[in-house]
Every structure is written in C-alpha cells, then in structure tokens.
Design a protein around this ligand. Structure first.
Ligand code: ATP
Ligand code: MG
Length: 245
C-alpha cells in the first residue's frame, strides 16, 4: 500500500487551476522528486498534502485513510510534515528553542523529553554547535538545516521538502543532499522533495513527478523523465536531456 497518496487532487484560485487533478503515490522508504517550472503548482500541492490549504476537489490518503480536510497541526501528529520554501523560524528564539517548540508538536511516535530530542536532531543535521545562536546568525544553508531539524523534531513519517537545496552554494548543496539521503536511510522517513536544483533531485530521487500548469505531465525514474519530450519542452529546455544523459 502507498504511504501517502493523492487522488485527482485539485486546487483552484478563482479561475486558476493551480493544482489540476493530480494523482501521485509515495511508497514507504522512497524519495519522490517533484519538479516543474515556476508557478507549476508544486508548493500548492504540498499545501494540500500537509493540510495548510483545503483542496477544491480530490483527496489525500495516508495509508489508505483520507486525511484531506484535516488541519496541518493534526497531520503533523499523524506524521505528515512539510518544510517551507521561505524558512520562517521564530527569530527571537535560539536554534535549540526553535527545535524544542517543534518537538512539542510530535505525535505519539516521539520518545523522550522534547529538549533532548531537539538536541539529537540538531546533532543529526549538523547544527550541534549552534544551539544557542539565533536563526538570523545562521547562513542560508544553516537556516535550511534548522528548517529540517524543526521538521524532524516532530518525528515525521512523511517529510515534504520544499526547495531545501535551492539557493545555497554548490558545496552546501551537496551536503544538504547527503543530509536528505540520510533522513531517508537512517531515520526511515519517506520524502517528497520539490527541487529546482537538477543534480540534487536527479541523484536523490527514486522516482520523479513533473508538474506543469497544475497538471502531472510525466512520471518515472530520473533517467526516464529527462528523456520525456513534454518535460524537455516544458521545463528542462532544448538540449538539456542530452546534457544529462
Ligand atoms: N494563495 C493563492 N492565491 C492565488 N493564487 C495562488 C495562491 N498560491 C499560489 N497561487 C498561484 O498558483 C500557481 C501555483 O503556485 P505555486 O506556488 O504552487 O507554484 P510553484 O510550482 O511552487 O512555483 P515556484 O517554483 O515558483 O515555487 C501560481 O500561478 C501562483 O501564482
Ligand atoms: Mg514553490
């Protein structure tokens, strides 16, 4: 059975079909990539899956049970957690306090005191020596690690990562990519990642879904989707498939 599934999931903003009848399935232990041009509907899709927005139509299922319509805080308790494209930690709380607050929202899966769990995830993401800093003192890559730590502190089963790698330098991108792989391999969290950084998404993903104008236009292994004519036209640009091969 799929861990998380969407069926004909749609979101309309007035006349705009931001997400248009999208079917996708995430399997246990999988990293699923979501790519597509700006405005394709990727973040809106995550908002629907994470309960930040109600769908206009269709449904989201967690292990076969309908979860769409439930608010985000309920879904966090059930293990469905997202990160945000624009990270927004509490600016006046320390890194440790930020993650401890998140740890307080974990469901029954989490064990131990929230502060200890916060320390453990901060070690895991590589911020163990920055616990007393305020978020504003971190680099962008550091704030992305903090965003990952806050999500992990809720003991997720499904993690929805919205452009965690984008915007950092190439060396930091490689270490963030390794961290995402470790989240799946060592913490056994299934991941859906929206990402514009092609080397990261193509090397990490077991499968990739391509969105364009709210619709799923392709799905397959990374090697399959980069060869897909509609993908090349909609997103990657002429010649890109050749460059990836
Ligand atoms: N709250 C909203 N109200 C109205 N329109 C919205 C809203 N949120 C998103 N949109 C529109 O829906 C479409 C999809 O936006 P979305 O942010 O999901 O795209 P995206 O694929 O995440 O893009 P990007 O790669 O730039 O992050 C866009 O046309 C956007 O302007
Ligand atoms: Mg987006």
């Amino acid at each position: 059975m799929s861990l998380l599934e969407t069926r004909a999931l749609s979101k309309h903003f007035g006349g705009l079909r931001a997400v248009d009848a999208v079917d996708l399935a995430l399997h246990p232990g999988e990293i699923l990539g979501v790519i597509g041009p700006n405005g394709a509907g990727k973040t809106t899709l995550f908002s629907l899956m994470a309960g930040s927005l109600p769908p206009s139509d269709g449904e989201v299922l967690l292990e076969g049970q309908r979860i769409s319509g439930q608010p985000a805080h309920r879904l966090v308790r059930r293990g469905v957690v997202r990160t945000h494209q624009i990270v927004r930690p509490f600016p006046n709380l320390s890194v440790l306090e930020n993650v401890t607050v998140a740890a307080l929202h974990a469901g029954g899966r989490a064990e131990g005191p929230p502060r200890e769990r916060a320390r453990e995830v901060l070690e895991f993401v590589g911020l163990g020596d920055r616990t007393h800093a305020v978020p504003g003192a971190l680099t962008l890559a550091g704030r992305k690690r903090l965003e990952l730590a806050r999500a992990l502190a809720t003991a997720p089963r499904v993690l929805l990562l919205d452009e965690v790698v984008a915007g950092v330098n190439p060396a930091e991108a490689m270490t963030l990519a390794a961290l995402i792989r470790a989240i799946r391999d060592r913490r056994h969290v299934a991941v859906i990642m929206i990402e514009h950084v092609m080397p990261a998404v193509m090397s990490l993903s077991d499968r990739v879904v391509v969105l364009d104008h709210g619709k799923k236009i392709a799905e397959g292994t990374p090697a399959e989707v980069v060869k897909h004519p509609q993908v090349i036209e909609a997103y990657l640009g002429k010649g890109h498939a050749g460059a990836q091969a």
